[in-house]
Design a protein around this ligand. Structure first.
Ligand SMILES: Cc1cc2nc3c(=O)[nH]c(=O)nc-3n(C[C@H](O)[C@H](O)[C@H](O)COP(=O)(O)OP(=O)(O)OC[C@H]3O[C@@H](n4cnc5c(N)ncnc54)[C@H](O)[C@@H]3O)c2cc1C
Length: 308
């Protein structure tokens, strides 16, 4: 059955189609078992075709950006992972840029600065895509994508494509209405403003330096928990003695307590159990229920463990 599906997909797309692709190859944690079918369509038309195919056949499917906010279970995934890696269009204007959903945000922010265009500097060190960024309303250093989005083109559940205004995406702190509505971002436009290039470059350097000092290197997915209102999750975890806690080969960073580092030999299960341990500790000592920022893809039972 699986090989028949793969044969059909190969007649539809010229991009990569693979069976049993290890998800560890596609996540910043470098963790995750195999997905039954992995597809990376080459461009938007192929992408839309594959999504429609999966929907028509009732095949469970996951949309993958750069996997920088994902923890995929060791047991892997049933169904299909469809990568936005081929949606790489970029159109630059004086006051805006249109980015395909698969464009790396950080690289785009750097290109904007090189052109003397301000607006995306806050995103220069966020290692995700434009589409994944909108899904999470990614942000840093006081800026977020919500501030600069002018419109997005999305694939609707019925298979139609629509250009939507920012308010319809319901962007808020590290959340959006995109998944709930069953939408997939294909392209988005962000507003930019002409500025002095050297000043922008200096700003990027400052932000980069700040990151280097405050965030660990290595295999992470950035912040694992969202900041509760008015509080920094990292400080909260640190205050209850969370820094340096380990489960298996996963460790709460001693540099930034809201980062979990997956060391060599770590399993997704280690990270998941460590997240549960941290949540329990914070809950018991402070009464604050931390909400995961990292998304978990895996078997149903595993998924609900983080949703509780
Ligand atoms: C070192 C490090 C630092 C980080 N720093 C920050 C930070 O400062 N600020 C911040 O906000 N985040 C940060 N992150 C987290 C992460 O980079 C962001 O959440 C990013 O937006 C995820 O994008 P992605 O393309 O990797 O998405 P993925 O991890 O691939 O996917 C995340 C979710 O988005 C969905 N998705 C992906 N593409 C689309 C699409 N086109 N349409 C609809 N849904 C889609 C996926 O299905 C999934 O639900 C950091 C991560 C790391 C590893």
């Amino acid at each position: 059955m699986e090989s028949q599906l793969i044969a059909e997909l190969r007649t539809m797309v010229r991009g990569r189609v693979a069976a049993g692709e290890p998800m560890a190859k596609h996540t910043s944690f470098r963790l995750g078992g195999p997905v039954e079918i992995y597809v990376c369509p080459r461009h938007e038309e192929e992408f839309v075709r594959v999504v429609r195919f999966a929907r028509e056949r009732g095949i469970p499917h996951f949309i993958l950006g750069l996997g920088s906010n994902l923890l995929v279970g060791d047991g892997g995934l049933e169904g299909m992972v469809i990568s936005t890696g081929g949606l790489r269009g970029e159109q630059w204007g004086d006051g805006a840029v249109r980015l395909g959903a698969g464009v790396a945000l950080g690289a785009a922010a750097n290109r904007a600065v090189a052109r003397g265009l301000a607006g995306l500097e806050f995103a220069a060190n966020i290692p995700g895509t434009a589409g994944g960024g909108l899904m999470m309303n990614a942000g840093a250093h006081g800026g977020e994508l919500k501030d600069v989005l002018t419109w997005a083109r999305v694939l609707l559940p019925g298979g139609m494509v629509e250009k939507v205004a920012p308010d319809r995406l319901e962007l808020a702190y590290r959340r959006s209405g995109i998944k709930r509505r069953g939408w997939i971002v294909l392209e988005a436009e962000f507003s930019l403003a002409p500025a002095v290039r050297t000043q922008l470059q200096a700003q990027l350097e400052t932000l980069r330096g700040r990151r280097r000092q405050t965030q660990p290197d290595g295999r992470t997915a950035g912040s694992v928990f969202k900041n509760p209102t008015g509080m920094a999750a990292g400080r909260l975890i640190e205050s209850v003695g969370g820094k340096g806690l380990t489960v298996g080969k996963a460790e709460v960073s001693s540099l930034h307590a809201n980062f979990i580092v997956a060391h060599e030999g770590a399993r997704a299960e280690d990270v998941l159990r460590l997240m549960e341990t941290v949540r329990k500790l914070v809950w018991e000592k402070t009464g604050v229920a931390l909400e995961p920022e990292v998304e978990f893809w895996g078997a149903r039972g595993e998924t609900s463990r983080l949703a509780e």
